[in-house]
Design a protein around this ligand. Structure first.
Ligand SMILES: *[C@@H]1O[C@H](CO)[C@@H](O)[C@H](O)[C@H]1NC(C)=O
Ligand SMILES: *[C@@H]1O[C@H](CO)[C@@H](O)[C@H](O)[C@H]1NC(C)=O
Ligand SMILES: *[C@@H]1O[C@H](CO)[C@@H](O)[C@H](O)[C@H]1NC(C)=O
Length: 326
């Protein structure tokens, strides 16, 4: 992180009180939308989360109208064809730039997938074969017709323990907590109780801004619904965003106990990932409990995704901007 401004606390009773603002490093949406997609690689392998999805390459995504449609930063899915076990066509983008601690990611999202059977995510990982040994930070994620965002941290106990602060100041509800190792606990996660934080609730409110700050001791995530976004020049949170001036974070994964979790060992080389998959462990696993079986009349997620293509025209993302600050 580039220390841009330092404000010493007005009162000597608070020490040290250091406020750091960030400077822009990468403006993913700085040029046209073709340029945006050039900043990512297109995953074409099998879905690591076992989804009923066929991830396509960039040329196929353009020719099938899955990306860029309408001059926006649009990422959609096949919504015209019935499909079989090969899965529904979609895209999974992995950023070409890897980041280090001292990074702030700001994404202004206008619309996100809101259809039963989908499992969309805006997240970060190291894109290495040793997952989760280099860590994963899930910024926006849930499945089916959810309207509550779930934020997660996944690390491995092969890098040592990762026990996080039990009671940080945050607004989301802690779900899995304390030990964030995949092996021990499946990771850590928290649930935003605001129904405008995901899916149709998010879209009906015009979307909003997600910000994720990753420093050596903590990962902090904020969600600002449309209408409640701190405004600034050159971007939704200003040209020199300073998280310490914002409201209480939505989620804080933090270790202020030196022996609890060395996050710089657990989380490395993080890249932005954007994808929409179908069914898989999450959306299939919650198909009935989410109400999607009753809503769609289909007993299984897979049968619905295969047979009702037209419903998937609402399974797209539109980004107003994505920025990385250091
Ligand atoms: C990123 O680029 C867009 C489009 O050119 C521009 O409107 C925006 O102000 C830029 N953001 C920053 C933080 O400079
Ligand atoms: C998240 O919070 C909402 C609202 O309180 C609740 O309905 C939902 O069941 C929660 N989800 C999880 C996974 O805890
Ligand atoms: C610090 O972390 C260690 C290891 O998780 C734990 O045993 C200890 O209780 C923690 N100390 C405090 C003050 O939280």
């Amino acid at each position: 992180m580039a220390p841009k401004t330092f404000f010493l606390a007005a009162t000597a009773l608070v020490w040290p009180a250091i406020t750091q603002a960030y400077t822009l490093k990468d403006n993913y949406t700085g040029n046209n939308y073709q340029d945006f997609f050039g900043k990512f690689t297109f995953w074409t392998g099998a879905d690591p989360t076992n989804g009923l999805v066929q991830y396509v390459d960039e040329a196929s995504a353009w020719s099938n109208g899955l990306i860029g449609n309408g001059g926006n930063i649009y990422l959609g899915v096949d919504n015209t064809n019935k499909v079989g076990n090969e899965g529904r066509k979609s895209v999974r983008l992995t950023g070409k730039t890897a980041y280090s601690p001292g990074t702030l990611i700001v994404a202004d999202i206008a619309y996100m997938p809101q259809v039963c059977g989908t499992w969309p995510a805006f997240w970060m990982t190291a894109a290495s074969d040793d997952w989760p040994q280099s860590g994963e930070i899930d910024i926006v994620e849930n499945a089916n017709n959810a309207q509550n965002n779930q934020m997660s941290l996944h690390v491995s106990d092969k890098q040592g323990q990762c026990t996080i602060t039990s009671n940080p100041a945050m607004t989301a509800t802690k779900d899995r907590w304390n030990n964030c190792a995949e092996e021990a606990n499946g990771g850590c996660d928290a649930n935003d109780s605001r129904t405008n934080s995901f899916g149709s609730g998010f879209n009906n409110n015009g979307g909003g801004v997600y910000a994720m700050e990753w420093i050596a001791q903590a990962v902090r995530i904020w969600f600002f619904p449309r209408g409640a976004i701190p405004s600034g020049a050159s971007g939704p949170l200003g040209s020199s965003p300073n998280p310490d001036t914002w409201e209480t974070p939505t989620t804080v994964f933090e270790s202020n106990n030196g022996s609890g979790c060395d996050m710089s060992t657990h989380i490395r080389n993080q890249r932005i990932v954007i994808d929409t998959t179908f069914c898989g462990t999450w959306a299939s696993g919650t198909w009935s409990s989410s109400g999607c079986a009753a809503k769609t009349g289909y007993g299984s997620c897979e049968d619905y995704v295969k047979n009702v293509p037209g419903d998937f025209k609402y399974a797209f993302w539109t980004f107003n901007s994505i920025m990385a600050y250091t």
